[in-house]
Write a new protein. Structure first.
Length: 223
């Protein structure tokens, strides 16, 4: 019988027994990051902002190397599991008194807007270690927000590395954690500049199609 350690090392997406708005590639990327973190620290702390039904939280709940998991979501609190601390809050409402143990790994997957993701990051960042690893989902929707996060870290003089994994998982490691994700980024990472260029083109095409359809509908109404 395959053990959990063997499954996560093999990036076995069947670990995600609860549905989530992630693709199989997204899940493999998240598992690769989790595997790297658990190799670095035997008893890591996890924080997830935007847990929804808990699909991306489950691999950490099942992981014996994760001793504490924070779930932050503006919704009614889910059933409590011993090592899960759930907060029915927006990230901006979190305090250091609530996040007593600083997370080693963070997933931000809440409001998918550039302003929202930057706000969530700025709210969570002071509650974390200097070497916390951050992952953010739906990088295609929030790439301008991700660029703002990187600008903020450069302004603050923080050393970091960042990668985009298939399909749309963004990961960032700061300070001494940079080396932890290097092997993951080098193995799975997409070309960042190419990713941004492609997403900009897709956004332009989307807006063009919206305008084209609106003009066509207007023409039908005038006919």
């Amino acid at each position: 019988m395959t053990t959990f350690d063997e499954s996560i090392a093999a990036l076995d997406v069947s670990i995600f027994a609860i549905g989530s708005a992630t693709t199989p590639d997204d899940r493999r990327g998240l598992l690769a990051i989790q595997n790297a973190v658990r190799g670095l620290k035997n008893d890591y702390v996890y924080l997830e902002c935007g847990s929804n039904v808990g699909g991306t939280l489950l691999p950490h709940v099942l992981d014996q190397h994760c001793r504490l998991a924070y779930s932050v979501d503006k919704r009614p609190a889910a059933d409590q599991i011993a090592k899960v601390r759930a907060f029915d809050l927006d990230a901006s409402e979190l305090t250091a008194g609530q996040i007593i143990e600083k997370p080693d790994l963070v997933l931000i997957d809440a409001e998918h807007t550039n302003v929202g993701v930057f706000s969530d990051f700025l709210s969570i960042y002071p509650l974390c270690h200097p070497a916390t690893i951050y992952t953010l989902h739906d990088a295609d929707l929030i790439y301008s927000g991700l660029q703002n996060i990187e600008r903020f870290l450069r302004y603050a003089g923080v050393a970091f590395v960042s990668y985009v994994l298939p399909t749309v998982v963004y990961m960032l490691a700061a300070n001494e954690a940079c080396g932890t994700l290097q092997s993951v980024g080098e193995k799975f990472g997409l070309d960042g500049d190419q990713f941004v260029a492609e997403e900009k083109n897709q956004l332009i095409n989307f807006h063009y199609e919206v305008v084209r359809q609106r003009l066509a509908d207007q023409a039908k109404g005038d006919a």
